[in-house]
Design a protein around this ligand. Structure first.
Ligand code: BES
Ligand code: MN
Ligand code: ZN
Length: 501
């Protein structure tokens, strides 16, 4: 099953909500029974039935609450779902996103096959109607996403909802919806890849997925095997790969949608399909989640799906170094020194700091594209999760303009980042007596020293690094799952760049 099957069809609806035929019409209500415009229209058409239901106290507009009404007079749809929006004065991005998610989940629990969601017409702070639509597609796609390919039979709670209309003032809004749908589909691919366990989602599996994307959307795809990487001198990447019998794959995707010869944007994604830590073995707790250590690579493939779907007028290269990090007779040992493709030597003091070892060679390889900018994405450090938690990704950059462009895209896509320092003072923590640098910088500022390590391989172009350890997936036995981040931010950034050129 392709990821696309998980996501319902989205469309724009412009008619009056009471007149539109659908299995369920969704309208928002603020606290103190303040009706949104659509709820007011439905109330009027039904001669006060919405207000009467609220007056009964069954639903008071609190955030997270919903109320399903059936067969109201004067309304074409057989179901009306009221969704609590919370306090009107406090209605902002999070409240809007929560309301859309709650709405589609609640409709999904009914027998409705299609729905009309009117929440898109509510003003969200300073955001535009276009923002509302793009976000609605992203949030609805997220809320309805299921991953059941590993179950012997699909969960019987999967919803029948396969089509959602969003209310908008005019059908020109189609462009914003299309961007949201492309982002949702890209996220669904990244999530499918992340959620697929490491015994299935191997480096070779990722390579197959990349080739398939290339066939579907007309990208160029090249997969470098171990011998090809050896020839290039990728001694750091290959030192990690040695510890597994699954062959490493260095995946390269190219979308030549921009002007011929225009400098490309290069996306680099860490794809450790399983990170056991190597000889510096991780403790057992939560090690089951280390299949998500390919989320950076998964996000690159997800972003490419969206790039293909949107046909972005931009040159983009995707690089995904993929391998496993296992303890083995051939694995790196603490104290080993390897030579990276850049020629710089690295003393591997901890084999669990492997992400930077595969990324550094990919960053060097990226030079050949004479990139306009390079953005790498990696579930790089546990320290990042300690520093920032699960809401923003950590952003590092050697260029303020690039950082600002990514911050703006992250804000627009509501896939937020927080900029962190890359000061020279931190670089000193990477000193080694025996090699050009060590691969770890001690416990203090672990996400920062990891970024400092990478910066030494990104001196020849403008570069940013996103540590997505806290944002790419959710942890916990019954909660774990890929989030699809930072696909929204990447796609928004690329859309912005394509618009400028
Ligand atoms: N993939 C991990 C980082 C990670 C840890 C992501 C937990 C998500 C949750 C990475 O390869 C790693 O093991 N990093 C080490 C670095 C340390 C040895 C300097 C870490 O964070 O502990
Ligand atoms: Mn590791
Ligand atoms: Zn790792």
């Amino acid at each position: 099953m392709s990821a696309k099957d998980n996501v319902p069809k989205f469309s724009i609806k412009t008619a009056a909500p009471e007149k539109l035929k659908s299995d369920c019409v969704v309208a928002g209500v603020f606290e103190e029974n303040r009706l949104s415009a659509a709820a007011r229209a439905l109330d009027k058409a039904s001669k006060g039935r919405i207000a009467a239901a609220l007056k009964s106290g069954d639903m008071e507009g609190r955030a997270g609450s919903t109320l399903l009404l059936r067969d109201l007079p004067g309304i074409a749809a057989p179901r009306v779902l009221l969704v609590g929006l919370g306090k009107q004065e406090e209605f902002a991005e999070k409240a809007y996103r929560d309301a859309v998610a709650n709405a589609v989940k609640a409709v999904g629990n009914t027998a409705a096959r299609d729905a009309l969601v009117t929440l898109t017409e509510i003003k969200v702070g300073k955001r535009s109607a276009d923002w509302n639509l793009t976000q609605a597609a992203i949030v609805a796609g997220d809320a309805l996403y299921r991953f059941d390919r590993m179950k012997s039979k699909p969960d019987n709670n999967s919803s029948r909802l396969n089509s959602i209309g969003f209310l908008a003032a005019d059908s020109l809004a189609a462009k914003s919806l299309k961007q949201g749908v492309a982002i949702t589909n890209g996220m669904a691919l990244a999530r499918d890849l992340g959620n697929t366990p490491s015994n299935v989602c191997t480096p070779a599996y990722l390579a197959t997925q990349a080739r398939q994307l290339a066939r579907t959307y007309g990208f160029k795809c090249k997969v470098l095997d171990r011998a090809a990487c050896e020839k290039l001198g990728m001694g750091s990447f290959l030192s990690v790969a040695k510890g597994s019998d699954k062959p490493p794959m260095f995946i390269e995707l190219r979308h030549d949608g921009g002007k011929k010869g225009a400098q490309p944007i290069v996306l680099v994604g860490k794809a450790i399909t399983f990170d056991a830590g190597g000889i510096s073995l991780k403790p057992p707790a939560d090690m089951d989640e280390m299949n998500y250590d390919m989320s950076g690579g998964g996000a690159v493939l997800g972003a490419f799906r969206a790039i293909g779907e949107l046909g972005l007028k931009l040159n983009v290269v995707g690089l995904v170094p993929a391998c496993e990090n296992l303890p083995d007779a051939h694995a790196n040992k603490p104290g080993d020194i390897v030579t990276s493709m850049s020629g710089q030597t690295i003393e591997i003091l901890n084999t669990d700091a492997e992400g930077r070892l595969i990324l550094c060679d990919a960053l060097t390889y990226a030079e050949r594209f004479k990139p306009a900018a390079v953005v790498d994405l990696a579930t790089l450090t546990g320290a990042c999760v300690i520093a920032l938690g699960h809401h923003p990704s950590a952003l590092y950059a050697n260029d303020d303009k690039l950082a600002q462009a990514l911050e703006a895209a992250a804000d627009a896509a509501w896939d937020r980042v927080w900029r962190m320092p890359l000061w020279d003072e931190y670089q000193e923590q990477l000193k080694s007596n025996l090699a050009d640098m060590a691969n770890i910088g001690g416990r203090a500022g672990g996400s920062i020293t990891a970024a400092c390590f990478l910066s030494r391989f990104a001196r020849n172009y403008t570069w940013a690094h996103l540590d997505i350890a806290g944002t790419a997936y959710r942890s916990g036995r019954d909660k774990k799952g890929s989030t699809g981040r930072p696909v929204p931010l990447l796609v928004q950034y690329l859309i912005d760049q394509a618009g400028r050129g």
